[in-house]
Design a protein around this ligand. Structure first.
Ligand code: PEP
Ligand code: MG
Length: 583
């Protein structure tokens, strides 16, 4: 069979290589027939017994949960048990058998379809995804009714395929996933699922490469097909040619060796060879990301992209998360970070992060009503978010970060609104830290070129290199047609970055970098050489960047960086940056 590649949503990092083990396709496709009246009660009993069997199964799985299982698993199984006991599942299908004479499977599926349709109407993305829990519970009962249990390949521990089985399914329930936990398997591929799906959550907590939302992977992939999951990219390569397989095997081996080595650095302070302390912070999208970040040694959160709490809620401002809901999320992150600072960025919506993907966006969204521009145009929504963030500051150190600022009046208006939010909280007798530091994202060239305007007004700055590159080079960061022009080492980008860091340092205003450049180990020394002392990145990058720092000698690096900043020739810059890593 020819090799092909499928694209989905990357939810869990790493590379898995192995043979596909297909789980039985969605069992909801069942036989439909009518039951003679005299057999109706027997059919009711058949369904009741199947439900009771599944109850027992869930109980057994729960009792046998390994001690080191992620906390979520127990909770997910509880949710399934609750769904199973709910009259909507435990009783309504019995009524359907009695009144419509449907066979047990048909009655159950009818009710599950009905409930699923109701879930489709729900606007909250997280709750909507819970539809799959109901379907998974239904499938479990159907499997008992039809006698088709989940089939696991048998192997003993010495099997050379141990650890190389890749589970491919339309969807996987957390309970089913547990059955794989003790068996050697390398990764998951599912048709359904998103960032919030249980498969994704569990895969992340088990630290297993996974790609979800692959649409029809389970139909295209065949049993025992050779598969590569590139969990970082959300890509699945089916039947790879030998050279690709070899490349990925090498990469996988290298990643595994590096990971093992890096794991030892979790508690090591990030100090350069010459004794300069460097602060390594985490970029997070949801409060639940905090525990993983802490585990990897993050000294705080340098960027909490709050827009992820707002996205995917169809409709407009009145459908957004309430102040209390936001407050709970921010508080959760602050508490989870145990006294380390949490930098919460106000809503950065628009461009490639639309509030509602179905919504019509502007002609040129990256240059449109994005981030702070949007917030200043929606003052009630902005005030609500500011109050929620400020209230979280009563529970630990919080910093407030404003994205996409370019004009002095935007800074002044933002600061005035923060004061207004504080006044409102005082009126309501709500606690907050009155001295919450306020910072600006430097991500528009105009901001970087007028830094004195910022250092005068702001407590700290954070450079968003992703947007700074996009706006400096006039390339849409989401457009693959111009992806080859996206160059962090363009001299214009380096100039803006270096001048921001040095003007900030001279003014005594701390500057961090929170764009992807901060987590790119090829850039670590260059940024150190520019004088950067605070890096914020995806948590998984913290240890690799720390390793670069531990081996860096600032004196030598600073001299070479000065030379790089005077260079205008791209090839020479690339070469000199590579040489920096050899110093
Ligand atoms: C950036 O622009 O570099 C940044 C960190 O913000 P985002 O990627 O969320 O726009
Ligand atoms: Mg940005």
């Amino acid at each position: 069979m020819a090799s092909f590649t499928l694209h989905g949503i990357p939810v869990s990092r790493g590379i898995a290589i192995g043979r596909a083990h297909l789980l039985a396709p969605a069992a909801l496709d069942v036989k439909h027939y009518l039951i003679p009246q005299e057999q109706v009660e027997a059919e009711v009993l058949r369904l009741q017994k199947a439900i009771a069997t599944v109850h027992k199964e869930l109980q057994t799985i729960w009792n046998e949960l390994p001690k080191d299982s992620p906390a979520e698993l127990g909770a997910f199984i509880d949710v399934h048990a609750l769904i199973l006991s709910d009259p909507m599942i435990a009783e309504v299908p019995l009524d359907i058998i009695r009144t419509r004479y449907y066979n047990a499977e048909w009655a159950l599926v009818t009710q599950i379809d009905e409930l699923s349709a109701q879930f489709d109407e729900i606007e909250d993305a997280y709750l909507r995804e819970r539809k799959s829990d109901i379907q998974q519970v239904g499938e479990r009962v159907l499997k008992v009714l039809t006698g088709s249990a989940i089939s696991l390949p048998s192997h003993d521990g010495d099997d050379e395929n141990a650890g190389r089985m890749i589970v491919v399914a339309h969807d996987i329930s957390p309970a089913d996933m547990l059955q794989f936990k003790d068996r050697a398997f390398g990764g998951f591929v599912t048709d359904l699922g998103g960032q919030n799906s249980h498969t994704a959550i569990v895969a992340r907590s088990l630290d297993i490469p996974a790609a979800v939302g692959m649409s029809n992977a389970s139909a295209l992939i065949e049993q025992d097909d050779m598969i590569i999951i590139d969990g970082d990219a959300g890509v699945v390569i089916v039947d790879p040619p030998p050279n690709v397989l070899e490349q990925y095997r090498d990469l996988q081996q290298r990643l595994m060796r590096e990971r093992k080595k890096l794991g030892k650095l979790k508690k090591t302070p990030a100090v350069t060879k010459d004794g300069t302390d460097i602060t390594l912070l985490a970029n997070i999208e949801l409060p639940d990301d905090c525990s993983g970040a802490l585990d990897l040694g993050a000294m705080g959160v340098g960027l909490f992209r709050s827009e992820f709490l707002f996205m995917g809620r169809a409709g407009f401002v009145n459908k957004l998360p309430s102040e209390d809901e936001q407050f709970e999320s921010y508080r959760k992150a602050v508490v989870a970070m145990k006294g380390r600072p949490v930098t919460i960025r106000t809503l950065d919506i628009g461009a490639d992060k639309p509030l509602d993907s179905a919504e019509q966006t502007a002609l040129n969204p990256a240059l449109g009503l994005r981030a702070i521009r949007f917030c200043l145009a929606e003052p009630q929504m902005f005030l609500q978010q500011l109050r929620a963030i400020l209230r979280a500051s009563a529970y630990g150190p919080v910093k407030l970060l404003i994205p996409m600022l370019a004009h002095a009046f935007e800074i002044d208006q933002s600061l005035a609104m923060i004061e207004q939010a504080k006044a409102q909280l005082r009126e309501q007798n709500k606690k907050f830290d009155p001295l919450v530091p306020v910072g600006a994202m430097i991500e528009i060239p105009a901001a970087a070129l007028t830094l004195p305007m910022f250092v005068k007004r702001m407590d700290f700055l954070s450079v968003g290199t992703n947007d700074l590159i996009q706006y400096t080079l006039a390339i849409d960061r989401a457009d693959h047609e111009v992806a080859h022009l996206y160059n962090p080492l363009h001299p214009a980008v380096l100039y803006l970055l270096a001048s921001t860091i040095s003007i900030g340092a001279k003014a005594g205003v701390p500057v961090s970098v929170c764009g992807e450049m901060a987590g790119d180990t090829r850039m670590t020394r260059l940024l150190l050489g520019m004088g950067l002392r605070e890096f914020s990145m995806h948590p998984t990058q913290i240890l690799p960047v720390k390793q670069e720092i531990l081996n860096a000698d600032l004196g030598a690096i600073a001299a070479q960086t000065k030379k790089i900043l005077r260079t205008m020739e791209p090839a020479a810059i690339v070469q000199a940056v590579e040489q920096l890593r050899e110093l």
